[in-house]
Write a protein that binds this ligand. Structure first.
Ligand SMILES: [Fe+2]
Length: 350
């Protein structure tokens, strides 16, 4: 347990939670207490996994190890154990619709990103019928796909604006650098290194670093590339606002057959619920509320429980809008920091 009951969330505690990898919390409220919020993996597993990933990354990138070409025998073991942990939890959800919730709207750290991509890639691989052993390999590939970024200069990596062509070329090198870091690692399947190498390659050859196409790209790298693209589209950047989840899905669709395999995009759309129960949304009517349910056949148009009117006033009598029936209603914002105070929202999302 991180915090006891009735403890007030001070700014300091919020910072501490964030350092532990907790990006958001749910708040109990009489108006929404009947809603059951699904969790893909428990907070405990997430925190444990994140600390293992952090240690593993540190180990892999430590200069002494790199210079001497040393290998660390337990690195593969470490990542394998993270994967078993993740897999065990995901397996409990088998058959249920899969939830996409933690892909944040703010730039997140490499570890968070790696774990998120890992969870969703593994879920998709599971839906695609991969075996347990294959899933572990795919998941490790996803955990380590961006490891090469640890070798890119922080000026480029953390640049708060758009990259210049030169910087972009520098950034692109993370694929090959990752491959080199991983390829000789004992006990790590070579495919894991290829996931780092190939996850920015695209079907039509427009990707990098080699511009390979179609069946030349390993399926695992294609899965990782797809989830990574979705994540990139929905992530806030200083120079552009994030796309809404349904817009990002449309973005993936636009790339069907040229950038991504159609069958993979379809599985993504069918298996991942982009507006899960409990997510806060703002509607084009100006009202705001939380997702209260959805039809599995059309999870992109959920039922929204409206809690605040267009002026930001809390309603004493919340009501529900079924977006499947009210087709003119659209979602315009998600995961706002505080649906109750539009002023704060403008500041953080603006
Ligand atoms: Fe990448």
């Amino acid at each position: 347990m991180l915090l006891g009951k009735q403890v007030e969330l001070t700014q300091q505690l919020i910072m501490r939670l964030q350092q532990c990898g907790v990006d958001f919390v749910y708040i109990e409220d009489a108006l929404t207490e009947d809603l059951v919020v699904p969790e893909m993996i428990s907070d405990e597993t997430r925190i444990k996994a994140l600390s293992e990933i952090r240690n593993g990354f540190r180990e892999l990138m430590s200069p002494s190890r790199r210079n001497k070409g040393l290998h660390t025998p337990y690195i593969a073991k470490q990542f394998r154990s993270v994967m078993s942990m993740v897999l065990e939890e995901i397996s409990d959800h088998k058959g249920a619709m899969l939830m996409l919730m933690n892909m944040g709207l703010v730039d997140h750290y490499l570890f968070q990103h790696s774990l998120n991509v890992c969870i969703y890639t593994t879920l998709l691989g599971m839906s695609d019928g991969l075996s347990q052993e294959e899933l572990i390999t795919l998941g490790m590939g996803a955990l380590l796909h961006d490891i090469g970024k640890t070798q890119i200069s922080t000026d480029v990596l953390m640049k708060p604006g758009r990259l210049t062509a030169e910087e972009y070329n520098e950034m692109k090198k993370h694929t090959e650098l990752g491959f080199r870091l991983l390829k000789d690692e004992p006990n790590l399947p070579l495919i894991v290194a290829h996931c780092a190498f190939q996850h920015h390659e695209r079907l039509d050859g427009s990707g990098y670093p080699r511009g390979i196409k179609g069946s030349e790209i390993h399926d695992y790298a294609k899965w990782i590339g797809l989830v990574d693209s979705y994540d990139a589209m929905t992530t806030n950047r200083v120079y552009r606002s994030p796309m809404l989840p349904h817009q990002a899905i449309e973005g993936l669709y636009a790339g069907t057959g040229t950038l991504y395999e159609q069958r993979m995009v379809r599985l993504f759309r069918d298996k991942i619920v982009i507006y899960p129960v409990g997510v806060t949304v703002r509607l084009n009517t100006g009202a705001a509320g939380v997702v209260a349910g959805y039809d599995p056949l059309c999870p992109h148009r959920p039922v929204v429980r409206v809690l605040y009117d267009e002026e930001g006033r809390e309603l004493s009598q919340p009501f529900e809008i079924d977006m499947m029936k009210q087709l003119s209603v659209m979602i315009t914002r998600v995961n706002e920091q505080n649906v109750a105070t539009p002023a704060t929202v403008e500041k953080t999302m603006g």
